[in-house]
Design a protein around this ligand. Structure first.
Ligand code: PB1
Length: 326
Protein backbone atom coordinates (compact mmCIF):
# COMPACT_ATOMS: atom_id res chain seq x y z
CA UNK A 1 0.00 0.00 0.00
CA UNK A 2 1.76 3.24 -1.12
CA UNK A 3 2.30 5.92 1.52
CA UNK A 4 1.62 8.48 -1.16
CA UNK A 5 0.06 11.04 -0.81
CA UNK A 6 0.73 11.09 2.94
CA UNK A 7 4.46 10.83 2.15
CA UNK A 8 5.75 13.02 -0.66
CA UNK A 9 9.61 12.80 -0.94
CA UNK A 10 9.55 15.94 -3.10
CA UNK A 11 8.53 18.10 -0.08
CA UNK A 12 12.15 18.11 1.12
CA UNK A 13 13.55 18.82 -2.35
CA UNK A 14 11.60 22.03 -2.93
CA UNK A 15 14.37 24.48 -2.03
CA UNK A 16 18.15 24.33 -1.73
CA UNK A 17 17.82 25.22 1.98
CA UNK A 18 15.54 22.24 2.59
CA UNK A 19 17.79 19.96 0.52
CA UNK A 20 20.84 21.16 2.46
CA UNK A 21 19.04 20.53 5.77
CA UNK A 22 18.59 16.84 5.10
CA UNK A 23 21.73 16.25 2.98
CA UNK A 24 23.24 12.90 4.01
CA UNK A 25 26.79 13.16 2.64
CA UNK A 26 29.15 16.14 2.69
CA UNK A 27 32.58 16.73 1.21
CA UNK A 28 34.70 18.81 3.57
CA UNK A 29 38.11 20.30 2.85
CA UNK A 30 39.47 18.78 6.07
CA UNK A 31 39.45 15.34 4.44
CA UNK A 32 41.15 16.21 1.16
CA UNK A 33 44.78 15.48 0.25
CA UNK A 34 46.62 17.14 -2.65
CA UNK A 35 49.32 15.06 -4.41
CA UNK A 36 52.46 17.02 -5.37
CA UNK A 37 55.35 16.13 -7.70
CA UNK A 38 58.71 17.48 -6.58
CA UNK A 39 61.68 17.63 -8.96
CA UNK A 40 65.31 18.84 -8.72
CA UNK A 41 66.33 22.39 -9.54
CA UNK A 42 65.14 25.83 -8.66
CA UNK A 43 62.27 27.86 -10.05
CA UNK A 44 61.00 24.77 -11.90
CA UNK A 45 57.28 24.62 -12.72
CA UNK A 46 56.82 22.02 -15.47
CA UNK A 47 53.13 21.53 -16.41
CA UNK A 48 52.04 17.96 -17.07
CA UNK A 49 50.23 17.86 -20.42
CA UNK A 50 47.95 14.97 -19.46
CA UNK A 51 47.02 16.65 -16.14
CA UNK A 52 46.07 20.27 -16.90
CA UNK A 53 46.67 22.43 -13.80
CA UNK A 54 49.18 20.02 -12.26
CA UNK A 55 52.94 20.53 -12.59
CA UNK A 56 56.25 19.07 -11.57
CA UNK A 57 57.66 21.64 -9.13
CA UNK A 58 61.10 22.20 -7.63
CA UNK A 59 61.45 22.40 -3.86
CA UNK A 60 61.17 26.21 -3.74
CA UNK A 61 57.97 26.10 -5.81
CA UNK A 62 56.58 23.28 -3.68
CA UNK A 63 57.04 25.51 -0.63
CA UNK A 64 55.02 28.25 -2.35
CA UNK A 65 52.40 25.68 -3.34
CA UNK A 66 52.19 24.48 0.25
CA UNK A 67 51.43 28.02 1.41
CA UNK A 68 48.70 28.38 -1.22
CA UNK A 69 47.18 25.03 -0.28
CA UNK A 70 47.15 25.86 3.42
CA UNK A 71 45.61 29.27 2.65
CA UNK A 72 42.62 27.70 0.86
CA UNK A 73 42.13 25.08 3.55
CA UNK A 74 43.73 21.95 2.09
CA UNK A 75 44.97 20.14 5.21
CA UNK A 76 47.42 17.65 3.70
CA UNK A 77 49.77 16.93 0.80
CA UNK A 78 51.10 13.63 -0.56
CA UNK A 79 54.62 13.98 -1.95
CA UNK A 80 55.98 12.11 -4.96
CA UNK A 81 59.67 12.67 -5.71
CA UNK A 82 61.15 12.59 -9.21
CA UNK A 83 64.93 12.41 -8.73
CA UNK A 84 67.67 13.63 -11.08
CA UNK A 85 69.19 10.18 -11.49
CA UNK A 86 67.50 6.79 -11.51
CA UNK A 87 69.12 3.39 -11.14
CA UNK A 88 68.23 -0.29 -10.86
CA UNK A 89 67.84 -0.21 -7.06
CA UNK A 90 66.12 3.18 -6.85
CA UNK A 91 68.85 4.40 -4.53
CA UNK A 92 67.56 7.97 -4.65
CA UNK A 93 64.55 6.80 -2.64
CA UNK A 94 66.58 6.17 0.53
CA UNK A 95 68.84 9.26 0.28
CA UNK A 96 68.42 11.27 3.50
CA UNK A 97 69.10 14.40 1.46
CA UNK A 98 67.00 13.26 -1.47
CA UNK A 99 64.30 15.19 -3.25
CA UNK A 100 61.47 14.24 -0.87
CA UNK A 101 63.39 14.90 2.38
CA UNK A 102 64.34 18.31 0.96
CA UNK A 103 60.72 19.05 0.09
CA UNK A 104 59.59 17.96 3.54
CA UNK A 105 61.95 20.36 5.26
CA UNK A 106 60.92 23.25 2.97
CA UNK A 107 57.19 22.56 3.47
CA UNK A 108 57.55 22.26 7.24
CA UNK A 109 58.97 25.76 7.28
CA UNK A 110 56.66 27.27 4.66
CA UNK A 111 53.33 25.77 5.74
CA UNK A 112 53.65 24.24 9.23
CA UNK A 113 49.91 23.47 9.45
CA UNK A 114 50.01 20.99 6.54
CA UNK A 115 49.98 17.24 7.21
CA UNK A 116 53.01 16.07 5.23
CA UNK A 117 52.44 12.65 3.71
CA UNK A 118 54.99 10.84 1.54
CA UNK A 119 54.57 8.11 -1.01
CA UNK A 120 56.89 5.20 -0.29
CA UNK A 121 57.76 3.28 -3.44
CA UNK A 122 60.70 2.75 -5.78
CA UNK A 123 59.03 3.28 -9.16
CA UNK A 124 59.89 6.98 -9.37
CA UNK A 125 63.53 6.16 -8.52
CA UNK A 126 64.26 3.08 -10.61
CA UNK A 127 65.51 3.25 -14.21
CA UNK A 128 63.25 0.31 -15.10
CA UNK A 129 60.18 2.00 -13.57
CA UNK A 130 59.09 -0.94 -11.43
CA UNK A 131 58.07 -0.55 -7.78
CA UNK A 132 60.87 -2.79 -6.51
CA UNK A 133 64.16 -4.53 -7.27
CA UNK A 134 63.91 -6.61 -10.44
CA UNK A 135 65.39 -10.10 -10.64
CA UNK A 136 64.82 -12.57 -13.48
CA UNK A 137 62.28 -10.24 -15.10
CA UNK A 138 60.01 -9.83 -12.09
CA UNK A 139 59.99 -7.66 -8.96
CA UNK A 140 61.86 -9.43 -6.15
CA UNK A 141 59.55 -8.99 -3.17
CA UNK A 142 61.56 -9.59 0.00
CA UNK A 143 64.78 -7.67 -0.81
CA UNK A 144 62.56 -4.73 -1.82
CA UNK A 145 61.11 -4.56 1.70
CA UNK A 146 64.44 -3.40 3.16
CA UNK A 147 64.65 -0.54 0.66
CA UNK A 148 61.06 0.52 1.31
CA UNK A 149 61.69 0.52 5.06
CA UNK A 150 64.83 2.62 4.55
CA UNK A 151 62.87 5.05 2.35
CA UNK A 152 60.14 5.40 4.98
CA UNK A 153 62.81 6.04 7.62
CA UNK A 154 64.45 8.73 5.48
CA UNK A 155 61.05 10.45 5.18
CA UNK A 156 60.35 10.10 8.90
CA UNK A 157 63.72 11.59 9.79
CA UNK A 158 63.06 14.49 7.39
CA UNK A 159 59.79 15.31 9.14
CA UNK A 160 57.01 13.37 7.41
CA UNK A 161 53.78 13.20 9.41
CA UNK A 162 52.70 9.95 7.71
CA UNK A 163 54.14 7.50 5.20
CA UNK A 164 52.10 5.84 2.44
CA UNK A 165 53.56 2.67 0.87
CA UNK A 166 52.17 2.33 -2.67
CA UNK A 167 54.43 -0.48 -3.88
CA UNK A 168 52.08 -3.46 -3.24
CA UNK A 169 54.90 -5.77 -2.08
CA UNK A 170 53.73 -8.54 0.29
CA UNK A 171 54.70 -7.76 3.90
CA UNK A 172 55.79 -4.19 3.31
CA UNK A 173 53.53 -2.62 5.97
CA UNK A 174 54.99 -4.86 8.69
CA UNK A 175 58.54 -4.18 7.49
CA UNK A 176 57.98 -0.43 7.53
CA UNK A 177 56.19 -0.55 10.90
CA UNK A 178 59.05 -2.48 12.49
CA UNK A 179 61.65 -0.11 11.01
CA UNK A 180 59.80 2.99 12.20
CA UNK A 181 59.22 1.58 15.67
CA UNK A 182 62.84 0.48 15.96
CA UNK A 183 64.08 3.96 15.09
CA UNK A 184 61.88 5.86 17.54
CA UNK A 185 58.99 6.61 15.16
CA UNK A 186 56.30 4.43 16.75
CA UNK A 187 54.07 7.53 16.66
CA UNK A 188 54.20 7.83 12.86
CA UNK A 189 51.08 6.52 11.07
CA UNK A 190 51.10 4.37 7.93
CA UNK A 191 48.49 4.94 5.22
CA UNK A 192 48.73 1.69 3.26
CA UNK A 193 47.71 1.52 -0.38
CA UNK A 194 46.00 -1.69 0.71
CA UNK A 195 43.66 -2.51 -2.19
CA UNK A 196 45.54 -1.06 -5.11
CA UNK A 197 44.56 -2.38 -8.51
CA UNK A 198 46.60 -2.79 -11.67
CA UNK A 199 44.59 -0.04 -13.28
CA UNK A 200 44.67 1.58 -16.71
CA UNK A 201 43.72 4.83 -14.95
CA UNK A 202 47.32 5.58 -13.89
CA UNK A 203 48.65 6.70 -17.25
CA UNK A 204 48.88 10.46 -16.62
CA UNK A 205 50.62 9.88 -13.26
CA UNK A 206 53.35 7.95 -15.03
CA UNK A 207 53.91 11.01 -17.23
CA UNK A 208 54.13 13.16 -14.09
CA UNK A 209 56.42 10.83 -12.15
CA UNK A 210 58.33 9.56 -15.19
CA UNK A 211 57.62 6.09 -13.81
CA UNK A 212 56.30 4.03 -16.70
CA UNK A 213 57.62 0.45 -16.47
CA UNK A 214 60.33 -0.01 -19.12
CA UNK A 215 59.20 -3.60 -19.62
CA UNK A 216 56.18 -5.66 -18.64
CA UNK A 217 53.58 -4.21 -16.31
CA UNK A 218 52.60 -4.11 -12.65
CA UNK A 219 50.19 -7.04 -12.74
CA UNK A 220 52.48 -9.34 -10.73
CA UNK A 221 52.17 -7.06 -7.71
CA UNK A 222 49.17 -4.73 -8.12
CA UNK A 223 45.78 -6.38 -7.72
CA UNK A 224 43.68 -7.86 -10.49
CA UNK A 225 40.69 -5.50 -11.01
CA UNK A 226 37.99 -8.24 -10.97
CA UNK A 227 38.87 -9.39 -7.42
CA UNK A 228 36.83 -8.02 -4.50
CA UNK A 229 37.32 -10.87 -1.97
CA UNK A 230 41.07 -10.66 -2.50
CA UNK A 231 40.88 -6.91 -1.81
CA UNK A 232 39.40 -7.63 1.62
CA UNK A 233 42.20 -10.12 2.30
CA UNK A 234 44.78 -7.51 1.28
CA UNK A 235 43.24 -4.90 3.58
CA UNK A 236 43.14 -7.33 6.51
CA UNK A 237 46.81 -8.19 5.94
CA UNK A 238 47.81 -4.53 6.07
CA UNK A 239 45.70 -3.87 9.17
CA UNK A 240 47.25 -6.91 10.89
CA UNK A 241 50.72 -5.59 9.96
CA UNK A 242 50.01 -2.18 11.50
CA UNK A 243 48.33 0.05 8.91
CA UNK A 244 46.50 3.01 10.45
CA UNK A 245 44.61 4.06 7.30
CA UNK A 246 43.77 1.66 4.49
CA UNK A 247 43.42 2.91 0.92
CA UNK A 248 41.48 1.75 -2.09
CA UNK A 249 42.87 2.88 -5.42
CA UNK A 250 41.61 3.96 -7.95
CA UNK A 251 38.41 5.42 -6.49
CA UNK A 252 35.36 5.76 -8.76
CA UNK A 253 35.74 2.41 -10.58
CA UNK A 254 36.15 0.73 -7.16
CA UNK A 255 33.45 2.28 -4.94
CA UNK A 256 32.07 -1.20 -4.20
CA UNK A 257 35.43 -2.04 -2.65
CA UNK A 258 35.46 1.21 -0.62
CA UNK A 259 32.04 0.36 0.81
CA UNK A 260 32.96 -3.24 1.65
CA UNK A 261 36.27 -2.24 3.27
CA UNK A 262 34.56 0.38 5.43
CA UNK A 263 31.75 -1.98 6.46
CA UNK A 264 34.09 -4.94 7.08
CA UNK A 265 36.85 -3.21 9.07
CA UNK A 266 35.55 0.17 10.28
CA UNK A 267 39.09 1.60 9.88
CA UNK A 268 39.80 5.03 8.42
CA UNK A 269 39.53 4.47 4.68
CA UNK A 270 41.30 6.56 2.04
CA UNK A 271 40.35 6.57 -1.62
CA UNK A 272 42.75 7.77 -4.29
CA UNK A 273 41.00 9.67 -7.07
CA UNK A 274 43.77 8.96 -9.56
CA UNK A 275 45.35 10.78 -12.45
CA UNK A 276 43.24 9.12 -15.12
CA UNK A 277 40.06 10.02 -13.27
CA UNK A 278 41.33 13.61 -13.12
CA UNK A 279 42.42 13.75 -16.75
CA UNK A 280 39.07 12.45 -18.04
CA UNK A 281 37.15 15.24 -16.34
CA UNK A 282 39.63 17.89 -17.46
CA UNK A 283 39.52 16.72 -21.07
CA UNK A 284 35.72 16.59 -21.25
CA UNK A 285 35.36 19.96 -19.49
CA UNK A 286 37.90 21.55 -21.87
CA UNK A 287 35.66 20.46 -24.74
CA UNK A 288 32.55 21.81 -23.06
CA UNK A 289 31.08 18.33 -22.73
CA UNK A 290 30.89 18.38 -18.91
CA UNK A 291 30.54 20.99 -16.15
CA UNK A 292 33.84 20.38 -14.33
CA UNK A 293 32.81 21.78 -10.96
CA UNK A 294 29.54 19.84 -10.80
CA UNK A 295 31.14 16.60 -12.00
CA UNK A 296 33.96 16.90 -9.47
CA UNK A 297 31.51 17.67 -6.65
CA UNK A 298 29.37 14.67 -7.63
CA UNK A 299 32.43 12.41 -7.91
CA UNK A 300 33.90 13.32 -4.53
CA UNK A 301 30.44 13.04 -2.94
CA UNK A 302 30.15 9.52 -4.37
CA UNK A 303 33.53 8.57 -2.91
CA UNK A 304 32.49 9.90 0.50
CA UNK A 305 29.05 8.25 0.25
CA UNK A 306 30.77 4.92 -0.45
CA UNK A 307 32.50 5.25 2.92
CA UNK A 308 35.84 6.95 2.28
CA UNK A 309 37.07 9.30 5.02
CA UNK A 310 40.15 10.63 3.24
CA UNK A 311 40.12 11.56 -0.44
CA UNK A 312 43.40 11.97 -2.28
CA UNK A 313 42.57 14.01 -5.35
CA UNK A 314 44.30 16.36 -7.77
CA UNK A 315 41.19 18.56 -7.44
CA UNK A 316 41.80 19.15 -3.70
CA UNK A 317 42.94 22.78 -4.09
CA UNK A 318 40.08 23.73 -6.43
CA UNK A 319 37.45 22.03 -4.26
CA UNK A 320 38.78 23.48 -0.99
CA UNK A 321 38.79 26.94 -2.55
CA UNK A 322 35.17 26.49 -3.76
CA UNK A 323 34.05 25.17 -0.38
CA UNK A 324 35.63 28.18 1.28
CA UNK A 325 33.52 30.48 -0.87
CA UNK A 326 30.15 28.85 -0.06
O1 PB1 B 1 47.30 9.29 -9.77
C1 PB1 B 1 47.73 8.18 -10.03
O2 PB1 B 1 47.53 7.62 -11.12
C2 PB1 B 1 48.50 7.48 -8.96
C3 PB1 B 1 49.43 6.39 -9.47
C4 PB1 B 1 50.07 5.64 -8.32
C5 PB1 B 1 50.72 6.54 -7.32
N1 PB1 B 1 50.78 5.95 -6.06
C6 PB1 B 1 50.93 4.51 -8.78
C7 PB1 B 1 50.44 3.97 -10.06
C8 PB1 B 1 51.35 3.25 -10.97
O3 PB1 B 1 52.11 3.90 -11.67
O4 PB1 B 1 51.27 2.03 -10.98
C9 PB1 B 1 52.39 4.62 -8.54
C10 PB1 B 1 52.92 3.31 -7.99
N2 PB1 B 1 53.81 3.41 -6.93
Amino acid sequence: MSRYPAYRPRRLRRTEALRRLVRETRVVAEQLVQPLFVVPGRGVERPIDSMPGIAQQSVDRIADEGRRLADVGVPAVLLFGVPERKDARGSGATDPDGIVPRALRALREAAPSLVLMTDVCLCEYTDHGHCGIVRDGDVDNDPTLDLLAAEALAHARAGADLVAPSDMMDGRVGAIRRALDGAGFAHLPIMAYAAKFASAFYGPFRDAAESTPQFGDRRSYQMDPPNAEEALREVKLDIDEGADIVMVKPALPYLDIVRRVKDEFGYPVAAYHVSGEYAMVKAAAARGWLDERRVVDESLTAIRRAGADVIITYFAKDVARDLGRR
